[in-house]
Ligand binder design. Structure first.
Ligand code: BGC
Length: 370
């Protein structure tokens, strides 16, 4: 894994790097690097904190923005919370980060729209004395990321792969099972990490012939959905149904990286009049929880945004006081230049069976699973 990443970096082509980094980061080897973040010196309690989020491709981003506004205010900071627009996402985010630097932000929290396109901005942020925190999505190909805070994304992928298998086994005790694989946007570093995590579970079964990828499309590049767009997933599923499942072949399961794509995949399958296979997801979106309770989508992942934002605000508060934020992982998330000191939270797999328990403490979601 590291060799491939090194090669991609050496080649230097942005497109290859984006894919290579997406496919390879999240590798479990540590590599060189380690905790290279310098101790912060502290800053005024009402300082400006910048938060640059990607476009609103899923509910968790909408929630995160709202929670950052309220959480940073409560902690005494001034905040500038921005989303990249829907189409010119990279340029938007680059401009937003530059403006946060100009305004004197002391910490810049970034959910990258394109992992590999922010090195200039984060270098400028560091030069201005700001601390850079990669939020949920790693920023690649730069030494200028101080911390990474996220749910363990490789684990998310493993849980999705295992849920796919469990769901298919519950319907048909023995294989071979026929599946299709989907992954997220290639410019989001998480996409490759989720996919690698899922393949960590699925690949041994694919190699044995117990799991068959019906279309043969099992490379992350073939499965990617640009911009995490529902339309893209629906179109790809439509064409897979035509190319591969127009005859008698049964589709047992679909690996979907998130809920938005899962619902688009289910819409496509229903539209073709086919039975709904086991479909995985992620994000605990309201419509997907309803779908799970109705017996359509099989699983989702609970990554409680409230916790992730609260931990990030805690990190900012520690930096403000001149302390060193707590990290709990210093070997997993290699961004191609260094292993970024990380604080990782554990994701939880949710199916109809454990939904009530999983959302017991969530006033918005618990009424949906009673
Ligand atoms: C997040 C997912 C989300 C996806 C699309 C990823 O980086 O980790 O939770 O579904 O982006 O918005």
């Amino acid at each position: 894994m590291r060799n491939l990443l090194t090669k991609a970096v050496a080649v230097g082509a942005a497109a290859i790097l984006a894919l290579g980094a997406a496919a390879c980061s999240g590798g479990r080897e540590g590599g060189s690097g380690g905790d290279s973040a310098k101790p912060a010196k502290g800053f005024a309690a009402n300082s400006l904190i910048g938060v640059a989020l990607p476009s609103k491709t899923s509910e968790n981003w909408v929630l995160a923005g709202d929670l950052f506004v309220s959480g940073l205010k409560e902690a005494g900071f001034t905040s500038d919370v921005q989303y990249a627009g829907a189409s010119t996402t990279v340029a938007d985010q680059q401009a937003q980060i530059s403006s946060m630097i100009t305004k004197g932000a002391k910490v810049i929290v970034i959910g990258a729209t394109d992992a590999a396109q922010l090195s200039t901005q984060v270098a400028q942020a560091k030069q201005s004395g700001a601390t850079v925190i990669a939020y949920d999505r790693l920023i690649t190909n730069t030494p200028d990321v101080d911390y990474y805070i996220a749910f363990d994304n490789f684990k998310v992928g493993q849980l999705q792969g295992q849920a796919l298998l469990d769901g298919m086994k519950a319907k048909k005790a023995t294989g071979p099972w026929t599946v299709e694989l989907f992954s997220g946007s290639p410019d989001d570093n998480n996409s490759g990490v989720f996919f690698n995590g899922a393949m960590d579970v699925l690949k041994p079964l694919i190699d044995k012939g117990d799991v068959i990828v019906g279309s043969g499309q099992s490379d992350v590049k073939q499965t990617a959905i640009q911009g995490w767009k529902a339309e893209g997933a629906q179109q790809r599923m439509d064409s897979l149904l035509t190319s591969t499942y127009s005859g008698k072949k049964t589709l047992d399961g679909v690996l979907s990286p998130n809920d938005t794509l899962a619902r688009a995949i289910i819409t496509s399958i229903k539209g073709a009049g086919k039975p709904i296979p086991v479909v995985t997801g992620q994000d605990s979106e309201v419509e997907s929880i309803k779908s799970i309770m109705a017996g359509e989508q099989y699983s989702t992942i609970n990554k409680d945004t409230r916790k992730l934002v609260a931990e990030t605000v805690k990190m900012v508060k520690t930096l403000q006081g001149g302390g060193t934020p707590e990290i709990n992982d210093s070997k997993t998330y290699n961004n191609g230049v260094k292993v970024v000191p990380s604080y990782l939270l554990p994701p939880v797999i949710v199916t109809k069976a454990n939904a009530a328990e999983a959302y017991a403490n969530d006033p918005k979601l618990s009424p949906l699973v009673k």
